[in-house]
Write a protein that binds this ligand. Structure first.
Ligand SMILES: [Ca+2]
Ligand SMILES: [Ca+2]
Length: 87
């Protein structure tokens, strides 16, 4: 019984795994997701009437330094946290 060996991917693995998604979401290729890009990306996953509120909530949660852009690092952190809460 070794809890530290649970199947949580390493940060490097996660980063490599999420990088293509991030690039796909980053439609203007500036290496950051702004709110519009983020909102576009979650479209389809959320009912339209909730999209704005949901996107805003998620965005501010992931954008930990509050510069209104999501960097790949913030994205990876946000994803990790989200995955943890789901387990
Ligand atoms: Ca961008
Ligand atoms: Ca940020």
């Amino acid at each position: 019984m070794s809890e530290s060996n649970r199947q949580i991917p390493s940060r490097a693995e996660l980063r490599a795994h999420l990088s293509p998604d991030f690039d796909m979401m980053d439609t203007d290729n500036d290496g950051r997701l702004d709110f519009d890009e983020f909102k576009q990306a979650i479209r389809g996953a959320v009912p339209e009437e909730h999209q704005d509120a949901f996107a805003r909530m998620m965005f501010s949660e992931i954008d930990t330094n509050a510069d209104e852009k999501i960097s790949l690092d913030e994205f990876v952190d946000g994803y990790t946290e989200w995955m943890m809460t789901k387990i």
